[in-house]
Design a protein. Structure first.
Length: 123
């Protein structure tokens, strides 16, 4: 009897890393507000979508911040399938939302609605 290990591999996401990239999106991009997240979107010249997640250390401790980032990345993976390419996207946590109410479903729906309203998502 043989056992197979199943690994779920997420596709690699292009990310924003430098401070000036985040500042550029914050100053020149449009923002959309959801229940738990705020998304800034700016067209780029690279032909691929790049994601940045910005969370303040004053928001909560490191364990909770990393959980929020994991959930946001997972929702992004699901929502990015049928989208136009060539955008810089920065996602921040809405300060009015309570961190204890972190929900994959709400973040997924927020992101889907925002992508449709902004014209990034096709369907």
């Amino acid at each position: 009897m043989t056992f197979f290990k199943v690994y779920i591999v997420m596709k690699r996401i292009s990310t924003l890393k430098m401070n000036y990239e985040f500042k550029n999106v914050f100053t020149k991009g449009k923002f959309y507000i959801g229940n738990q997240i705020i998304i800034y979107i700016l067209k780029n010249k690279y032909g691929e979508n790049r994601l940045g997640i910005a969370l303040s250390s004053k928001l909560c401790n490191a364990v909770k911040r990393n959980r929020i980032k994991r959930v946001i990345r997972a929702c992004y993976q699901e929502n990015i399938k049928d989208t136009n390419k060539g955008y810089d996207i920065v996602i921040i946590w809405n300060k009015k939302a309570f961190i204890g109410d972190l929900s994959y479903k709400i973040i997924y729906e927020d992101m889907k609605k925002i992508f449709l309203n902004s014209g990034i998502k096709i369907k």
